[in-house]
Design a protein around this ligand. Structure first.
Ligand code: ATP
Length: 556
């Protein structure tokens, strides 16, 4: 069966992730389980850093946001109120030949990414067909890669149909091309969409609810149905009143949460990008409805190009708050090493928005497999709290002392995925270059250029030689000194250049080497170490006494 291939860079990244212990397939010894991934020693540190930095930025560096850590399984009514039971569904088709399930709206994307799709597109370009190559491909690779394709089963007839379609329509689109080669001219009245995996015919789409169902307690009946949460946000709405009462926050304020979410995705793909179990970092930032802002401030500020959205103002309504959060989130991504040119902001069109949403921006990262969503920032009005008020019968209103008004707060929601961000950081960090080895000869290295803030290991500590007990002892003392402050990796095995190279691949920004000068061979250098910078390869001589400060300045 043809396996869909991601591009070469992605292959290198996936293989490095496994080789260096960033990410493994879950349950690999049993053949893996599709859509589930485990984070190894380096990956789990990287992920922890991401969570920690988000949490710090949201809570510790601000007065107006507090945290929540809610359960994964909640009362099923929550998901009725939120709309997930009735509408959280994707269209799904089944291949009549290979029986694979495919998200109908992703079929063309998967075909475009597949090896056979890319090959055949190359034979049909600018409306012209390379018939000879097409037929050669059918006989050589077509049979193995896409055995269900009508072109493969019945090449002469299909090529004839294709040629007459091209002759009759100069602007035949790539999708029409693929539909024609998927359809057996004698057996169908309308064109079919091919299965991206075998070329067979797909069924009409059916809606498929993405929530994982389970039962609470020993009896598995409809009464006890519960769901694994498909997002963390709803717990925030459900606990809104408790938090309001216990935290003494006043609107505008936010509640944030990091935690697991589960979606039974029809086609998990692109490595960890679309998984069935993943983690989210979500903020619900509660604001005054625009009418209340207007009553208090006399007007509601309107956004225009170049407007300053950095410092909240009393006349901000949902639009300015939304812009503010887009900017805050972009700045945060920059602070962890994703420069602005690595992502794009996609403003959803009116017709794409959920019925209750006023605006939604996707922060999209340029992954090697395409520019795709990292985070969505939505202005959701008062939809969620109002729904929970209706379904629970409990008031979600807030009494605004300043405005002397009672209302259901509105909300702006920045919602990010930890796993997608970790993948973006890995893709962004991956690079290959050439560095001189000990003898000055250039050699290839793979280097993960993580920002020091997110790097899984901050510093490698190396005694120059393993068989010199004084060097080893001193290096271990340095390791112990650094440990309370940062993640340290101690390595004494092999040539120093090899040890540097191993840390380059792990993305460790600094390497500290303890050599004979450290021990006092050159008197003026006693109790100093060299600190090698992963990116510039520059080596600084630093006093051991000043090492913690030196490193902390660079990783904080
Ligand atoms: P998509 O359109 O890609 O399915 P979405 O718009 O449904 O995503 P949201 O419901 O807005 O996603 O979820 C917020 C964030 O959670 C996303 O931006 C993404 O980072 C993360 N996320 C959502 N689904 C998945 C998944 N299946 N695997 C990994 N992360 C996910």
């Amino acid at each position: 069966m043809a396996e869909v291939k991601i591009n070469d860079l992605m292959e290198k990244i996936v293989s490095l992730c496994k080789r260096r212990g960033f990410i493994y397939q879950s349950s690999e010894i049993y053949g893996g389980i599709n859509g589930f991934w485990d984070y190894g020693p380096l990956g789990s540190e990287l992920k922890r850093n991401v969570r920690e930095l988000w949490w710090q930025a949201m809570t510790r560096f601000r007065d107006d946001i507090v945290g929540l850590d809610a359960t994964i399984i909640m009362h099923p009514k929550i998901w009725e109120a939120s709309g997930h039971v009735s509408t959280f569904a994707d269209p799904m088709s089944t291949c009549k030949v290979c029986k694979k399930l495919i998200r109908t709206d992703q079929v063309w994307e998967i075909i475009n990414d597949s090896e056979w799709g890319r090959t055949l597109s190359g034979f049909f370009s600018n409306g012209a067909l390379d018939e000879e190559k097409l037929l050669q491909w059918v006989h050589h690779r077509g049979h193995r890669q896409v055995p269900g394709l009508a072109l493969v089963k019945n090449p002469n007839e299909v090529v004839k149909a294709l040629k007459s379609a091209i002759a009759g329509n100069k602007d035949l689109s790539p999708q029409e091309f693929f539909k024609i080669i998927a359809t057996n001219p004698s057996a169908y009245t309308s064109l079919i969409t091919p299965c991206p995996y075998c070329g067979g015919e797909l069924t009409e789409p059916r809606m498929f609810n993405l929530m994982f169902k389970t039962h609470v307690g020993p009896v598995a009946d409809e009464e006890n149905v519960a769901y694994l949460r498909p997002e963390t946000a709803q717990a925030i709405f459900a606990q809104f009143k408790n938090i309001l009462e216990t935290s003494r926050q006043k609107i505008p304020f936010g509640i944030c949460q990091i935690g697991k979410a589960f979606r039974n995705e029809v086609t998990p793909r692109n490595f960890t990008f679309r998984s069935r179990e993943f983690e989210q970092m979500e903020l619900e930032f509660f604001i005054r409805p625009d009418e209340v802002v207007e009553k208090l401030a006399g007007k509601v500020a309107k956004w225009s190009e170049g407007a300053d959205v950095s410092q909240p103002q009393p006349d901000w309504g949902w639009e300015m708050w939304h812009r503010h959060w887009v900017e805050e989130r972009v700045k945060w991504y920059e602070s962890i090493g994703l420069s602005r040119d690595t992502f794009e902001l996609y403003w959803q069109q009116k017709e794409e928005l959920a019925h209750y949403a006023r605006a939604c921006v996707d922060i999209q990262f340029k992954f090697p497999f395409g520019t795709q969503e990292l985070e969505g920032i939505a202005a959701r009005g008062d939809f969620d709290l109002t729904q929970h008020q209706k379904f629970s019968g409990k008031s979600m209103e807030y009494f605004d002392e300043e405005a002397k008004a009672r209302y259901v707060p509105h909300v702006v929601e920045p919602s990010a995925g930890v796993d997608r961000l970790v993948l973006a950081l890995i893709c962004n960090a991956y690079s290959e270059d050439e560095v001189p080895d000990e003898s000055g000869k250039l050699e290839q290295r793979v280097v993960m250029r993580f920002h020091p803030r997110v790097a899984p290991i901050k510093v490698g500590v190396f005694p120059l030689l393993k068989n010199k007990p004084q060097l080893v002892q001193k290096a271990k003392e340095v390791r112990e000194m650094l440990r309370p402050y940062m993640s340290v990796f101690y390595d004494e095995a092999g040539a120093i250049g090899r040890r540097y190279r191993r840390q380059d691949e792990a993305g460790t920004p600094f390497g500290v080497t303890i050599d004979f000068d450290t021990l006092g061979e050159t008197n003026s250098l006693k109790d100093t170490v060299t600190v090698r910078d992963r990116d510039t390869l520059k080596q600084d001589r630093v006093k051991i006494d000043e090492l913690v400060h030196y490193l902390m300045e660079r990783i904080k």
